[in-house]
Design a protein around this ligand. Structure first.
Ligand code: F6R
Length: 611
């Protein structure tokens, strides 16, 4: 998730772009760059690190011009570096492109372009767009972009300028956000409204597959095939603070709502078109190695450890390989046994968690292969691992992890399918069926997001809002959901909450049940449903308050529950990805109603870089 800003008009584009990029820095911040067209020249400055590094470079080497594009990067392909930062250029350095998104067929395009004589400078997917635009450029930048995009599959929001077209800024989008702002004899593009709110409130929201040519005195929009499109100009009346969170009161709520797109992005580029074969190239694991692993060790902390538990269940179910799940802080201090042919999968959103890093070092020293699931590209965990699955979830700003968790579970699902297929334990048709289930998940999450009335109502209900303590119960695939639901509630609302495997209920926790104790029971349809219903009855018999997460259409469960959060029917092994969402929303609304600082809970840091 990167940030894009572009400008055409009579102001100094660099000033407009920098001001806009600073408003978008929450979208990504590993490197930044800007390019301007002035007097028939294309000039640029790029810098590694936060935007302030680019500001500093521009102070030393000022740039000026009435047309330009800029970018703040959140790496998806290629480590954060000056070479990989945007803008990217064609070979002649005449066309500049900034891009947010993921080009799924970039490898193919890259190989094709290389055959045609193109030399690449970076490892990014974006650079292919610059070379493609050049390939089709015959003096009309708008047409060249349109034609280039016909070759591209994946998600993009792009801004393009060419030194031979000083009066044209071209923008296009598919799957990634992009808006066009219109002013008096000037135009803007941006990933998000806050970037240009200082200059204009008149905005066009480009839709998927649309390309826009912006001139000082007007604009035109067409689809990539050249069919004209009419868009309605919108007026934005958000205030500044709300705009960065896209109108949400907290980043956590915004991130919960991003999950349908996040899951799509985690899947993006990982399933081969047509064959439905899972491909996880960046894991750097050969087919022989994959077949030879005798043991898998998953290490992580907190929420990432809960995702690891989902991963363990998935890998063991599909790929029949023993998985050891360990808290990174325990692994590093317990002299672990690392037999030969061990694969370690560390899981970390930030990629900077100290215990996880130390666990990696120990496992590597003892001969394990390490391939991590990480969100932040180029982070320490990614760098110290032999391979990686990047989550492609975009920056997570709320301290409580939400979208990173569901995306980590999705990454595990992909890995488990890949492993099972490679080991001959899953047929092509079974894999195809599972991938179809995964592809349905974003819609199921969207259903939960669109039907939150019961969650909002319960979060105001004193029996939950004023509870001192809560229990969360789940079985099998949804045991980790119970752990994660409880962690979410306790860390942001400060209500003491514990997650338990429901089968453990009778071994202790049942002593806590009173008419003051809410017990959140995950009882979605699946192999353990009947067992969960028995647990619920036991809690009811002791007057506990039962809040059930159930499958839409399950009316029988009403008789046993005080309240119900429904989720759409879901293939049980993948149901934790959907079940997480009502639990996140519930924790969020309870915390917000209790007046807690949701995005920055007390005593917590987003990444724990010390022991
Ligand atoms: C809880 C939460 C933490 C993190 C944990 C690991 O909402 O965010 O429990 O999951 O600190 O962090 P990463 O994934 O960055 O290694």
């Amino acid at each position: 998730m990167c940030g894009i800003v572009g400008y055409i008009g009579s102001k100094n584009a660099v000033e407009v772009i920098l001001a806009g990029l600073h408003r978008l820095e929450y979208r990504g911040y590993d490197s930044a760059g800007v390019a301007v067209v002035r007097d028939g020249n294309l000039e640029w400055v790029k810098s590694l690190g936060k935007l302030t590094a680019l500001d500093k470079k521009l102070e030393e080497k000022p740039l000026n011009g009435p047309l330009g594009i800029g970018h703040t990067r959140w790496a998806t392909h290629g480590v954060p570096s000056e070479t990989n930062s945007h803008p990217h250029f064609d070979m002649q350095m005449e066309i500049a492109v900034v891009h947010n998104g993921i080009i799924e067929n970039y490898q193919e395009l890259r190989e094709q372009l290389q055959k045609e004589g193109v030399t690449f400078r970076s490892q990014t997917d974006t650079e292919t767009i610059a070379h493609l635009v050049r390939k089709y450029y015959k003096g009309d930048l708008f047409r060249a972009v349109q034609r280039a995009l016909q070759d591209v599959t994946g998600a993009y929001a792009i801004g393009v300028v060419c030194k031979h077209n000083p009066d044209v800024l071209v923008a296009a989008r598919h799957g990634s956000p992009l808006i066009v702002g219109l002013g008096d004899q000037e135009g803007f593009i941006a990933s998000d409204v806050p970037a240009i709110m200082k200059y204009t409130r008149k905005v066009l929201y480009l839709d998927n597959g649309q390309v826009c040519e912006i001139r000082r005195d007007g604009y035109r929009v067409e689809d990539i095939q050249g069919k004209p499109v009419t868009l309605t100009l919108q007026h934005v009346d958000w205030d500044d603070a709300a705009a960065e969170k896209e109108g949400y009161p907290h980043f956590m709520l915004k991130e919960i709502n991003q999950q349908p797109d996040v899951i799509r992005n985690t899947l993006r580029g990982r399933v081969e078109e047509g064959s439905d074969q899972v491909i996880l190239r960046d894991m750097n694991i050969s087919e022989e190695e994959l077949k030879a692993f005798e043991k898998i060790v998953i290490v992580a902390c907190g929420t990432a450890w809960h995702a690891g538990m989902v991963g363990k269940y998935l890998i063991e179910k599909f790929a029949r390989t023993p998985v050891e799940l360990d808290l990174a802080s325990e692994y590093r201090y317990r002299d672990p046994i690392v037999p030969k042919n061990t694969l370690m999968i560390p899981v970390s959103q930030s990629g900077e968690t100290a215990d996880t890093l130390e666990a990696i070092r120990i496992a590597k020293k003892r001969g394990a292969k390490v391939a991590s699931i990480v969100n932040v590209v180029g982070s320490s965990v990614a760098r110290e691992s032999h391979g990686v699955i990047y989550q492609q979830a975009g920056p997570e700003i709320g301290v409580a992890s939400t979208k990173a968790y569901t995306s980590q579970c999705t990454a595990f699902a992909l890995f488990a399918i890949w492993l099972a297929e490679t080991r001959g334990l899953m047929s092509k048709s079974q894999a195809k069926e599972l991938i179809a289930y995964l592809r349905e998940i974003p819609e199921k999450i969207q259903w939960v997001l669109d039907n939150q009335e019961d969650i909002v109502r319960c979060a105001k209900d004193p029996k939950y809002l004023e509870a001192e303590s809560a229990l969360y119960l789940g079985r099998s695939f949804n045991f980790p959901s119970a752990l994660e639901g409880a962690l979410k509630l306790k860390e942001i609302s400060y209500i003491h909450a514990e997650g338990y495997a429901a089968g453990e209920m009778k071994h202790g926790p049942i002593a806590l049940v009173t008419d003051k104790l809410p017990v959140v029971c995950i009882a979605v349809q699946g192999d353990t449903y009947d067992k969960m219903v028995s647990n619920i009855q036991e809690i009811r018999a002791r007057k506990g308050i039962v809040l059930t997460v159930a499958t839409l259409g399950d009316e029988d469960i009403r008789a046993h529950s005080h309240d119900i959060f429904y989720v759409p029917p879901c293939y049980e092994p993948f149901s934790p990805i959907v079940v997480a969402v009502p639990l996140q929303l519930f924790a969020y609304y309870v915390a917000a109603n209790r007046g807690c600082d949701v995005d920055q809970p007390r005593n917590l840091a987003k990444s724990v870089t010390v022991e």
